[in-house]
Design a protein. Structure first.
Ligand SMILES: *[C@@H]1O[C@H](CO)[C@@H](O)[C@H](O)[C@H]1NC(C)=O
Ligand SMILES: *[C@@H]1O[C@H](CO)[C@@H](O)[C@H](O)[C@H]1NC(C)=O
Ligand SMILES: *[C@@H]1O[C@H](CO)[C@@H](O)[C@H](O)[C@H]1NC(C)=O
Length: 508
């Protein structure tokens, strides 16, 4: 039987139709597998973005975009069908549902997710009904994420009920202090802030908490992450303090009436894990003490020193630039890639010239003392051997100018300043501060003054040379007559520091 004309036509039409279907399917596969992220092909596109999905930009009203989730529950954009995406969304959904159950979040909350990569957290919030949610990231990812920097948020003060920072993004910020300040600024008083961070150690955890001075810590817990980039997450929930009780960050720490600082247990623990003090008076101090520097357990070798707004090194009795700043601090002190501000405190004029050409070092050409006053300064012509090694004249004991007339030794007049007061005006509790002190016996005045004023609490780690009537290298069996204190008194000073939770090491 010959095919009739119409059936021939039908055959052709069916073939043409099948061809079209195959082409369409092929293109579909191409769009999904190759284009990945977004459907932005001008000529041909399966997934047009619904109107309500238009990116939420600017500071204007934030549109509620419930249309993200389509009627039949199938996500609309190709990205949202990916397995990894769904896994992340499910992870965030369960996190947020817990927070809802605990009362830190509800569907009426106005929420912000900062540094969200492609907006899985934003998506999860919208999906569970927190519709008024916006995401922000360096790179926009419409429609969920608008572009902007967390360190400089484009939202007004007190805008959100809930702010979320996931994925350890605060750890990666170059300016963690600003990051913390900005997210608390945009949070309403009594609003909740949830941070996902990498837990390193208790010291760095506490440094992180210190960045949120206008918040109270509600709780923290460990959770498993959703991929290998962050297998373990520490989740921290903060509540922003009501307006009435926010006192400007730093003032909180210095405001103690009795100038006593609270030393947390984790700092005491660090002191306990430090190298032991040398209990027996060394017979050859010029060898024993110098070698001891190899046993020192530096603070940054025990803990992570991230989350600090500033890193400061104060060299009290710095002598020459090459002496301890270069030969020890720059070369040996573990700095975890942080840039330190360096202060050199040195009263001896003969060292001042070389500091003029050194960048990144601030010289204070005065003597660290307990108050502002003019002092007499002995220039010792036969300094002890260890100080000779580090070059230059040894700086003698200092004393108020009125107490003693000049005797046989040469005496210079120098300006002394209130060191403890200067420390309090220069650094804050949140800063990371290392101090080396080599002041020819004046430590017996300066250290008690640091305690008295509370300035001691601002210093994280101290390297202290304690001066006593030590055995002399030159003359066996003879003690140095330069200092009156004994080794026992030095040990008492060092022990009192450690017992107060101050990490002090013996300097030579
Ligand atoms: C917003 O808050 C910051 C500190 O959180 C404050 O310095 C600033 O003055 C506030 N701005 C306005 C407009 O209130
Ligand atoms: C310091 O930086 C270098 C290179 O930028 C890097 O290889 C190293 O791991 C960093 N060290 C620390 C302790 O972060
Ligand atoms: C000491 O001098 C410094 C610098 O001139 C000044 O800021 C400080 O207030 C003075 N301290 C006292 C107690 O007078």
């Amino acid at each position: 039987m010959e095919p009739s004309k119409p059936s021939f036509l039908r055959n052709v039409l069916v073939k043409a139709f099948l061809f079209c279907v195959i082409m369409i399917l092929f293109r579909f596969a191409y769009v999904v597998t190759l284009r990945g992220e977004s459907c932005d092909l001008g000529d041909f596109c399966f997934f047009s973005k619904p109107e309500a999905l238009n990116p939420i930009v600017g500071t204007g009203k934030i549109a509620a975009s419930s249309a993200i989730i389509s009627v039949d529950g199938e996500p609309k954009l190709d990205l949202y069908t990916r397995k990894e995406w769904r896994k992340a969304v499910d992870f965030y959904s369960s996190i947020f549902q817990d927070l809802i159950a605990e009362g830190y979040l509800d569907q009426k909350s106005k929420a912000l997710c900062v540094e969200t990569l492609t907006g899985q957290d934003v998506f999860a919030l919208k999906e569970i009904g927190v519709k008024d949610t916006i995401g922000i990231s360096k790179k926009a990812s419409p429609p969920l994420v608008t572009s902007g920097q967390t360190e400089k948020l484009k939202f007004k003060n007190n805008s959100f009920d809930f702010v979320f920072s996931g994925n350890g993004m605060i750890d990666q910020s170059k300016n963690q202090m600003n990051f913390a300040e900005e997210i608390t600024r945009t949070l309403k008083p009594e609003g909740f802030l949830v941070i996902h961070t990498v837990f390193k150690d208790t010291y760095s955890f506490n440094s992180l908490l210190d960045l949120f001075s206008s918040c109270e810590l509600i709780r923290f817990r460990e959770i498993h992450g959703f991929d290998s980039s962050m297998p373990e997450i520490r989740e921290i929930v903060f509540k922003k303090l009501p307006l009435s009780s926010i006192h400007g960050g730093i003032a909180k720490f210095h405001g103690n009436l009795d100038n006593k600082c609270f030393v947390p247990e984790h700092k005491r623990e660090l002191v306990r894990s430090a190298e032991p003090l040398i209990v027996e008076e060394p017979l050859k101090p010029w060898i024993t003490l110098k070698r001891n520097i190899k046993n020192v357990k530096y603070l940054p070798s025990m803990v992570d020193i991230s989350y600090k707004p500033r890193y400061v090194y104060i060299d009290v009795g710095a002598r020459g630039y090459g002496s301890s700043i270069v030969s020890w601090f720059k070369k040996q002190y573990p700095k975890q890639n942080k840039t330190f501000e360096v202060y050199a405190i040195e009263a001896d004029k003969s060292f001042h010239e070389e500091y003029k050409t050194k960048k990144g070092v601030k010289l204070l050409p005065y003597a660290a003392w307990v108050r502002n006053e003019t002092l007499s300064f002995e220039i010792s012509h036969n300094p002890d051997p260890s100080s000779e090694e580090r070059g230059g004249r040894g700086m003698g004991r200092i004393q108020p100018v009125k107490s003693k007339g000049s005797s046989v030794r040469e005496v210079d007049k120098i300006q002394g300043f209130d060191f403890a007061n200067w420390v309090k005006n220069t650094v804050s509790e949140q800063d990371f501060v290392v101090m080396k002190m080599d002041v020819e016996g004046t430590e017996f005045d300066l250290i008690p003054r640091l305690f008295e004023t509370g300035a001691i609490c601002l210093i994280d780690e101290i390297f202290l040379e304690c001066h006593y009537n030590r055995w002399q290298k030159c003359c066996p069996g003879q003690r140095s007559s330069k200092y009156e204190k004994t080794y026992g008194q030095c040990l008492d000073l060092l022990n009192s520091l450690r017992e107060s939770g101050v990490l002090v090491h013996q300097w030579w």
